[in-house]
Write a protein that binds this ligand. Structure first.
Ligand code: CAA
Length: 257
């Protein structure tokens, strides 16, 4: 498939998507959204792909939704078309997605990184929700996902002032899982993705579902949901293989079923 704004590759069992609008610091326009959805769909139907890495350039993961595309829009139009709602599909990717973030991850860029399952950041990364400086507010989930990730105080600080936070502050706040040297970013993200892809796919997908459920429900319902998924994994060949391999002191050979 030919893409205009993203580069899509498969390396072993890992799918790699690189945002590629350097002239606009990877600003997210409607073409990026359309192509990201296509790339995700292709990886989801490719049985060999077990995890996805989403990255940008050294200078910018993405500097936000495309301001030039949004500037002329009127309330009635964006309300009627439910502008931006298409990103929900990106956030609902079933296979694990790791964001490898270098440089600016601002506005929609920060929100896109937060739609991923976890974020590995380069020491150069800068996160922020500067929409308030444009006379709007975050629209791709920032007020909700950032608050869940870093808590009310930090989220209010970032969203009300529009300031950026560096990678160290983002790691301290719990927004990113690891910070690495810039030249290690992709290797580190790939190593994590390869590890995930080597594991039993049903258990990986269920682990992701279970963690995400923690943000949607009560503790009691979440615990019940987790326990039912745990029970159901005993119906898989991979549970038999994984536990037999442990007992027999050998490496498991998962068949993803
Ligand atoms: N949309 C469209 N174009 C953008 C862009 C964006 N979000 N961010 C950067 N660009 C463009 C610039 O207009 C510029 O293009 P030209 O060369 O044609 O003028 C090019 O990318 C390079 O940017 P700068 O010259 O501004 O680079 P810089 O190094 O001086 O500054 C920056 C970098 C601080 C990231 C600055 O570009 C910036 O502030 N960008 C906007 C950040 C922002 O406000 N993001 C939120 C967008 S709104 C949003 O995301 C809403 C939502 O939640 C859905």
């Amino acid at each position: 498939m030919a893409y205009e704004t993203v580069i899509v590759e498969t390396r072993g069992n890992v799918g790699l998507i690189t945002l590629n609008r350097p002239q606009a610091l990877n600003a997210l326009n409607s073409t990026v959204l359309k192509e990201l959805k296509q790339a995700y769909a292709a990886f989801h139907t490719d049985e060999a792909v077990g995890a996805i890495v989403l990255t940008g350039s050294e200078r910018a993961f993405a500097a936000g939704a495309d301001i030039k595309e949004m500037q002329p829009l009127a309330f009635a139009d964006i309300y009627k078309s439910d502008f931006i709602s298409g990103w929900d599909e990106v956030a609902k990717a079933r296979k694990p997605v790791i964001a490898a973030v270098s440089g600016f991850a601002l506005g929609g860029g920060c929100e896109l990184a937060m739609m991923c399952d976890f974020i590995i950041a380069s020491e150069t990364a800068k996160f922020g929700q500067p929409e308030i400086t444009l006379g709007v507010i975050p629209g791709m989930g920032g007020s909700q996902r950032l608050t869940r990730a870093v808590g009310k105080a930090k989220a209010m600080d970032l969203i009300l002032t529009g300031r950026m936070m560096d990678a160290a502050e983002a790691e301290r706040s719990g927004l990113v899982s690891r910070v690495v040297a810039p030249d290690r970013l992709l290797d580190e993200a790939f190593a994590a993705a390869e590890k995930i892809a080597s594991l039993s796919q049903p258990s990986v997908l269920m682990a992701k579902e279970a963690v995400n459920r923690a943000f949607e429900t009560t503790l009691e319902e979440g615990l019940r949901f987790e326990r039912r998924l745990f029970h159901s994994l005993f119906a898989t060949d991979d549970q038999k293989e994984g536990m037999a391999a442990f007992v027999e002191k050998r490496k498991p050979a998962f068949r993803h079923r």
